[in-house]
Unconditional design. Structure first.
Lengths: 221, 246
């Protein structure tokens, strides 16, 4: 029966989900580190760096994910042999960098100017002021918009199946073709799995937001 | 004897507007001077040139004979503390940690030592019971007192105040002014931009009157408030309700 098929194939589905989560964590990590670097370059950097940041962001926000995946796997693969998984991390990670840099740029610029001035006035260098004063405030404000990025990238991991990453969606297709059918139920189970991960991830992020909320700040809203 | 703080021929323009047209002044150790003048005469800009938050176009600032330059500015700012009109407490830190962060990151003090020092400074401004409160849980007057404590903790040679009571409700200025008066009594060297005539009368060694980017006169407060030498100063005092009507 159909439920037996699902239960029999659960290890494959969870295996696929695990790959999807690894891909998600890797691409978000790439986007987080490079996104903050790019945002800092755009806000504080010299003009050439700002131009580079803007160009990078335009390019990677302006190309469909699937095209990026194909470019990085087949395109890059022509010059340098690359496995599907790292190609997907690179393609989706750089795209996430572009989006995350916009989140971080926004929250960095939203930190009141007086904060930087006060930090400089007690003798901090600009780098110390950014590290100790500006970023701790900006990152707290970034958690909210960042949950969007988390959700959208979790869903984007499913596209990696086009270059052969055996993640959750591709496992589903394998099950469907090996058991001849059951399309609706298999994809419904997969949909549920994405939904649950998304829900748990968002809950964790909102928890983080509450935990790091600044006492008394913005409470009157 | 050499002056503690020497400001010499500072000029500063924003765009085509020359805000400071060659300003000089000096402070001996332990002196308090109050800078007065109508708004737009460059008082705050002058103060920001002293610690280089706005670098001057030309002129010199020397502390204990050492010139403040781009190269030593971070070190010199630890000796020339600045109190802002709108406090600028670090929003994500408690009152105590607003004070400890400079000690820990710049002085490399241990957590325990920094905490002890912070609590001593909070006590000095009468806010021991507020150490764990965040800026948005404090009144304006309390925030300004924490910001003074933050400045004091760095053991500065000079304290600069940029209109420290202008952003406060009238009933809150008193607590800040009384902290400043006790600092002056304790021999702190202070350069204060303020319209607090009471503070100037009681605590200042001299009043510096600025107009149009120049220092017009400098005199002991008693002399300045009773017999200002310049018409502009007389008009100013009348305008703030201090001088006798002409």
């Amino acid at each position: 029966m159909i439920f037996d098929i699902i239960i029999d194939h659960l290890p494959y589905l969870f295996g696929g989900l695990w790959v999807a989560i690894q891909l998600l964590v890797a691409l978000l990590a790439v986007g987080f580190v490079l996104g903050i670097a790019l945002a800092l370059a755009e806000v504080y950097g010299p003009r050439p760096l700002r131009w580079f940041g803007m160009a990078f962001e335009r390019v990677f926000r302006g190309i469909p994910e699937i095209v990026l995946l194909l470019l990085f796997f087949y395109g890059l693969g022509d010059f340098y042999p690359i496995e599907p998984f790292p190609a997907a991390v690179l393609a989706l990670g750089l795209r996430s960098t572009a989006y995350q840099s916009q989140i971080f740029r926004g929250v960095i610029q939203a930190v009141p100017r007086g904060q930087m001035q006060a930090a400089r006035a007690i003798g901090m260098s600009r780098a110390q002021a950014v590290q100790n004063i500006v970023l701790p405030q900006a990152l707290r404000q970034a958690i909210g918009p960042w949950t969007n990025e988390f959700s959208s990238e979790l869903k984007a991991t499913s596209l990696a199946y086009v270059i052969g990453v055996v993640e959750l969606t591709r496992q589903g297709r394998y099950i469907i073709s090996s058991t001849q059918g059951n399309i609706l139920v298999v994809f419904a189970v997969i949909a549920l799995m994405y939904f649950v991960v998304n829900w748990l991830g968002n809950r964790a992020l909102y928890g983080l937001e509450r935990r790091y909320a600044i006492p008394g700040y913005g409470e009157t809203r | 004897m050499a002056k503690l703080l020497e400001v010499e021929d500072i000029r500063k323009s924003f765009g085509s507007t020359e805000v400071l047209k060659g300003v000089s002044l000096s402070l001996d150790r332990g002196e308090t001077k109050v800078i007065m003048g109508s708004s737009g005469t460059g008082k705050s800009t002058l103060l920001r040139c002293v610690n280089r938050l706005d670098p001057a176009d030309s002129g010199h600032v020397r502390l204990d004979g050492e010139e403040v330059t781009d190269a030593n500015v971070n070190r010199m700012r630890q000796r020339i503390a600045f109190v802002f009109q709108d406090f600028n407490l670090f929003l994500h830190l408690s009152a105590r940690d607003n004070i400890t962060i400079g000690l820990r990151k710049l002085r490399k003090m241990s957590k325990a030592d920094a905490r002890q020092r912070a609590d001593r400074e909070l006590d000095r401004v009468g806010l021991s019971d507020r150490a764990d409160n965040y800026p948005s849980q404090l009144s304006g007057g309390q925030q300004q007192r924490v910001s003074i404590a933050r400045a004091l903790a760095m053991d500065p040679d000079v304290l600069l105040f940029d209109e420290p009571t202008s952003a406060l409700d009238p009933e809150l200025t008193g607590e800040v002014v009384s902290v400043m008066q006790s600092l002056a009594r304790d021999g702190m060297t202070m350069l204060v931009v303020s319209h607090e005539v009471g503070f100037a009368r009681r605590a200042a060694d001299a009043v510096i009157f600025m107009d149009g980017g120049h220092v017009l006169e400098e005199a002991p407060p008693k002399e300045f408030f009773s017999a200002p030498k310049h018409d502009r100063a007389r008009q100013f005092l009348t305008a703030i309700g201090e001088g006798e009507a002409a």
